[in-house]
Design a protein around this ligand. Structure first.
Ligand SMILES: [Zn+2]
Length: 113
């Protein structure tokens, strides 16, 4: 059952904006350390570290992207605002803070990301 007190139009707009932001973020090319001149071992190591950090950020963005897409599908399906874990309605304030949040506060507490 869909929660009726949620502004689906506003949620959809917020989700579309976040989707666009994430796609831009994920579309940025990763710097290739191989193209840089080798100064020292330390410089090379720091480049590898930066690349790994960049990849970690991308993983987070990709997870968020999936959540945003799932939330948009849920709006279309009429199930938006329902916890994907326990099936109970997600608190309106929680959805307004993070429109793509997939679970209710109780489930999020049980399984932190
Ligand atoms: Zn739940």
């Amino acid at each position: 059952m869909a929660a009726t007190d949620i502004d689906l139009g506003a949620a959809r707009a917020a989700l579309k904006a976040e989707l666009a932001r994430l796609l831009v973020e994920l579309g940025e090319p990763i710097e290739n350390p191989g193209q840089m001149t080798y100064g020292s071992q330390a410089a090379a190591a720091s480049q590898v570290f930066e690349q790994q950090r960049d990849l970690a950020l991308r993983d987070r963005s990709r997870i968020d992207l999936h959540r945003v897409e799932a939330a948009l599908r849920a709006i279309d399906a009429g199930t938006y605002g329902t916890c994907t874990s326990c099936g109970k309605p997600i608190a309106r304030e929680r959805l307004e803070a993070i429109p793509w949040v997939p679970t209710c506060i109780d489930c999020a507490r049980k399984a932190p990301r």
